[in-house]
Design a protein around this ligand. Structure first.
Ligand SMILES: [Cu+2]
Length: 114
């Protein structure tokens, strides 16, 4: 009987481990949304954790925008037309200022923590 209990206790955690890992990674990785409306990134500053993603959604009626990172050799999203989105995942902690390609006055930043 005791050996059966021991066997049961040994079996359960192993069996549950993949499920727990899957749930943990789902909970740990987040995606934050930034809306582009009225020539503004809203919110203009977002704080995330390394491994999280940011999704920029163009909520304009007519205007297209992009997301451009001047500090990274001008890394730029495609031009986003109304309703389109751009997702970028940030694996390295740091500060990532960005602006809109065609509208220099539109600015925002992503702050990536540990
Ligand atoms: Cu723009």
């Amino acid at each position: 009987m005791l050996s059966a209990v021991i066997a049961f206790c040994r079996w359960r955690p192993v069996k549950r481990a993949p499920l727990l890992l899957a749930l943990f990674s789902l909970a740990a990785l987040a995606e934050v949304e930034v809306r582009i409306v009225d020539y503004r990134f809203t919110p203009p500053s977002v704080s995330i954790k390394a491994g999280d993603s940011v999704r920029w959604i163009n909520g304009e009626k007519r205007t297209s925008h992009s997301v451009l990172f001047p500090d990274e050799n001008g890394l730029e999203s495609e031009r986003l037309f109304p309703g389109e989105a751009y997702v970028r995942r940030f694996d390295q902690p740091g500060r990532y200022p960005y602006r809109c390609g065609p509208h220099e006055e539109m600015k925002g930043e992503v702050i990536v923590g540990e």
